[in-house]
Design a binder for this molecule. Structure first.
Ligand code: HEC
Length: 153
């Protein structure tokens, strides 16, 4: 038993020598979703608190982002999250893709798949109440309709 614990401890120490890269990508002025859409503050705040750490270039890294293997999992979520949807570069998406992403936002929130459950461990405040979920779904639906309207006229 003591041997096993020693091995685990040593392994834990060794993996600390492999930190993650926490450099956020350079800012892209004029491309950020919340800025171009002039989202009302209450809704903007919900999106910022619940989505932006993984879906923007403005990730705030908590203290445990210094500790492997939690840091590796986090890094993976951020890389994958940005690849799927990056609010910081939203205006660079083609309109068709914007509509598609807005639809996915609606679905992810409806199905309670986003924010990811693991995120709540360190971010209790990112948890959405039923009421907040409804506010966001209604908002993304309005925004989707608006974007579609612009596509056709
Ligand atoms: C802890 C990180 C994290 C947070 C916070 C988070 N996401 Fe995600 N999101 C991911 C990851 C990782 C993926 C890609 C893998 C997957 O689909 O599970 C993803 C995928 C998505 C997708 C694409 C889904 C698809 O159909 O492929 C959408 C849309 C999305 N997230 C919206 C949101 C919204 C809206 C919020 C806030 C309410 C949010 N996410 C919060 C990590 C996160």
């Amino acid at each position: 038993m003591k041997k096993v614990l020693t091995v685990i401890l040593v392994a834990f120490i060794i993996i600390q020598f492999f930190p993650i890269d926490k450099t956020n990508p350079a800012p892209t002025p004029g491309m950020d979703f919340l800025k171009i859409k002039k989202v009302q503050p209450e809704i903007a705040n919900l999106i910022k608190v619940s989505c932006y750490d993984c879906h923007s270039n403005e990730t705030a890294y908590p203290w445990y982002s210094n500790i492997a293997p939690a840091s590796w999992i986090m890094k993976n979520h951020i890389d994958e999250g940005r690849k799927e949807l990056n609010f910081s570069t939203f205006a660079m998406y083609e309109q068709k893709r914007q509509v598609h992403k807005l639809q996915e936002c609606i679905e992810m929130i409806e199905r309670k798949e986003m924010p990811l459950d693991s995120y709540f461990l360190g971010h209790q405040n990112a948890k959405l109440s039923d009421e907040q979920r409804k506010i966001l779904i209604d908002y993304f639906k309005r925004e989707k309709t608006e974007t579609e309207r612009k596509m056709f006229y």
